[in-house]
Design a protein around this ligand. Structure first.
Ligand SMILES: Nc1nc2c(ncn2[C@@H]2O[C@H](COP(=O)(O)OP(=O)(O)OP(=O)(O)O)[C@@H](O)[C@H]2O)c(=O)[nH]1
Length: 694
């Protein structure tokens, strides 16, 4: 039996708790941060507005408010109601027909138009709100043609501002700027032109779009912006036109080209006239004719002009368009005067003056007054000539003023358009900036999220690293305390814990017993069966003994096949019983799972002492227990021997200090009762060579 390191009870698992708490804290922290990130994301999402389009909102409202029609109720309609319904259906059919006709004769046949509109007015109570607005529009259009511009405008503005139909709004819009232009309210006309043309892309009716372009051409003709008229004519929507529309377009183009001044270009007067005649457009036909006659007169073709005018006077009058009729009369007067027919000239000049439009100054009026003045002067009627001269001067001034107003309106409109364009440009830039800012914000959000993820990963790495190093530390600590083979305390830990137990017991004056255990003939087990079997035996014995001890006991492997117990609060008798129990348990270990079960038997010898015999010093206790163990080995083995102190009886038998040192292990030389004693042992005296008891 040799002194070696020892092991004890299996390591308690308490050393693991700081690691577990640490890991738990790390996980909680990570989870907490993860939750914060999710909540932050949720908060960002909540800040953003709900993306419901206006169309979806309208749909929701419509769905909520949708009225339900009871078929049952409909079936229960009285006969009177059915009759009423039938008459309503008839009225509806008539109304549809009348609207078609009103549209067809609008601007082409004043008398027919008036009759149709009167009939529709009588049916007004049968019209829907939108139909009523359309009737208002047609009536206003008719009023405009008759020169009642203020009345027409009031109605048109009401339709423009209240109709739900984009098409009717668009249609009334271009009639408004037309009437405003005729009324010389050019600034307003241009403003409505802009408002109306802003709806252009929303209007699907090609005819209506073309009409608005025509109205634009008319407006800019009126304003004297003839280049603009020519440029509108080139709009792609006017590339292919019906005969009627081509007639109108030609009329506007001829007016613009004529007013741009003399050029080598031959204007298509005859073609335009033929086109408008064939299309049944007397208004535009008359319009072209006015410029044609002007052209003839400018080229001294007075007879041709006279023929043309006389042949188509009725057509012009049928238009009921006062401006055309006035100019027509003037041109007749001028032609007759140029041909020397003063009577006819005077007659038509007077008619032209009578046909003045809403006290406005117009070119035909000015020219008619000038002609009347010249004719009166020529006749020698100076008083009348003076009157005409005064009126002419006033009209000319008024007309020139109007020209100035037009020019100013155009300038203002150009400035307004420029300002609007600049505003649009600024808005576009602001939008771009906003988009950029949003993109930047999104990027920043992503960056913040990435940063949080990186921080979390770093934190996780630190936690993992800390957890691992803590585990390594714990493992190292465990390895320093535990015997690797048997997993019980090693000698170092047994001495440490045993010392603490003894210190406490000494303070409390309680007894502590120490048992030393040594396997019998263990060398022969190794030799016969090999070290593997020896190791197995050591593990089984350690396991068995460890299970027998109490929680307060300290058990460990001293080294080799030697183990020890430090039993707290345990008197010698109890320790002896416990040793006996251990001995018995070892002797009955089931060896069936060892490599050579049949031949293998395990026994151990036990040496027991107590603080009452050996004191509270662990070294002394171990030494005394070891001594008792030797006694056990010396006897039959597989037994328990109690340590006993022996007083010195024979001087000669007492070994010298040198001989005592030869004892296999150190001994104590003080007994518990204070008497000097020597513990049992064998040594060889170096001087005599005799074996002595110690
Ligand atoms: N298998 C194994 N054998 C060990 C270990 N430690 C020590 N030994 C062996 O244990 C044996 C101890 O032998 P001895 O001290 O002569 O004791 P013994 O054979 O048990 O004889 P007694 O104690 O007198 O009964 C030696 O052969 C050692 O090699 C170990 O960890 N594993």
């Amino acid at each position: 039996m040799k002194r070696r390191t020892m092991k004890m009870k299996t390591m308690p698992s308490l050393h693991k708790w700081p690691v577990n708490i640490f890991s738990w804290l790390c996980c909680s922290l990570i989870l907490g941060l993860g939750c914060c990130l999710l909540l932050a994301n949720q908060a960002i999402a909540n800040v953003l507005p709900a993306t419901q389009t206006p169309a979806q909102l309208i749909h929701t409202e419509l769905t909520q408010d949708a009225p339900s029609i009871s078929i049952l109720e409909a079936n229960q309609a009285t006969i009177e109601e059915i009759i009423e319904e039938t008459s309503q259906e008839t009225a509806a059919a008539e109304i549809a027909l009348l609207f078609d006709e009103a549209q067809r004769y609008r601007g082409t046949d004043g008398a027919k138009s008036s009759a149709i509109l009167q009939r529709l007015e009588k049916l007004r109570h049968n019209l829907s709100q939108e139909q009523a607005y359309y009737l208002d529009y047609l009536q206003a259009y008719q009023q405009g043609i008759l020169g009642k511009h203020d009345i027409a405008l009031n109605t048109l503005l009401n339709v423009f501002n209240n109709t739900q139909s984009t098409e009717l709004k668009f249609q009334s819009g271009h009639t408004i700027f037309n009437v405003l232009a005729i009324s010389r309210r050019f600034v307003e006309a241009l403003s409505y032109y802009n408002q109306t043309m802003a709806l252009y892309s929303q209007v699907s009716d090609g005819g209506l779009r073309a009409t608005s372009l025509f109205a634009g051409m008319m407006l800019f003709n009126e304003l004297g912006d003839y280049e603009r008229v020519i440029s509108i004519r080139q709009h792609s929507d006017l590339a292919t036109l019906s005969e009627g529309l081509r007639c109108k377009a030609d009329a506007f183009l001829i007016r613009a080209e004529s007013n741009l001044g003399p050029s080598d270009k031959v204007l298509p007067f005859e073609q335009g006239l033929a086109l408008c005649r064939s299309a049944g457009q007397p208004l535009y036909e008359s319009f072209i004719r006015l410029y044609y006659v002007r052209f003839l007169l400018a080229n001294s073709q007075y007879m041709e002009a006279k023929t043309e005018l006389e042949a188509h006077l009725a057509t012009s009058l049928s238009t009921q368009y006062k401006l055309i009729i006035q100019e027509y009369y003037y041109l007749m007067a001028k032609t007759y005067w140029l041909l020397g027919n003063e009577a006819e000239a005077t007659l038509f000049a007077e008619r032209a003056l009578e046909t003045s439009v809403s006290e406005q100054y117009s070119l035909p009026l000015t020219l008619s007054l000038e002609l009347s003045y010249q004719m009166a002067k020529q006749r020698g009627d100076f008083e009348l000539a003076l009157q005409y001269a005064e009126q002419y001067a006033q009209a000319d001034k008024g007309y020139l003023n109007q020209l100035r107003v037009k020019a100013m309106a155009l300038e203002m409109n150009k400035a307004e358009m420029l300002e609007q364009q600049q505003r649009i440009e600024i808005l576009k830039r602001e939008n771009q900036l906003l988009t950029l800012a949003q993109a930047l914000e999104r990027k920043e959000n992503v960056n913040v999220q990435l940063l949080i993820v990186v921080l979390l990963l770093c934190l996780l790495s630190v936690c993992i690293w800390a957890y691992r190093s803590k585990r390594i530390q714990s493992e190292l600590a465990r390895l320093a305390q535990v015997d690797e083979l048997t997993q019980v305390f090693n000698r170092r830990q047994l001495v440490l814990l045993g010392g603490q137990v003894l210190a406490l017991a000494e303070r409390n004056k309680t007894k502590v017993s120490v048992i030393m255990v040594d396997l019998d003939f263990f060398k022969s087990i190794n030799d016969r069966f090999g070290h593997n079997v020896g190791d197995w035996a050591l593990r089984r014995v350690a396991e068995t003994l460890n299970a027998l001890g109490r929680k307060s006991d300290v058990f460990g492997r001293l080294g080799g096949e030697e183990f020890a117990f430090v039993l707290s609060d345990c008197a010698l008798e109890q320790a002896l019983d416990f040793a006996e129990l251990c001995r018995n348990e070892i002797a009955t270990i089931d060896v069936s799972d060892s490599l050579f079960p049949g031949a293998l038997s395990l026994t151990a010898s036990f040496g027991v002492t107590e603080t009452g015999l050996s004191g509270y010093d662990l070294e002394g206790l171990l030494s005394d227990a070891d001594q008792a163990l030797y006694q056990a080995k010396d006897s039959q083995r597989n037994c328990v021997v109690k340590f006993e102190a022996h007083p010195i009886t024979n001087e000669s038998d007492v070994a010298t200090d040198a001989a005592r040192d030869e004892v296999r292990e150190g001994v104590s030389d003080a007994t518990t009762d204070g008497t000097t004693s020597v513990k049992i042992g064998e040594a060889t005296d170096a001087t005599t060579g005799k074996t002595v008891n110690v």
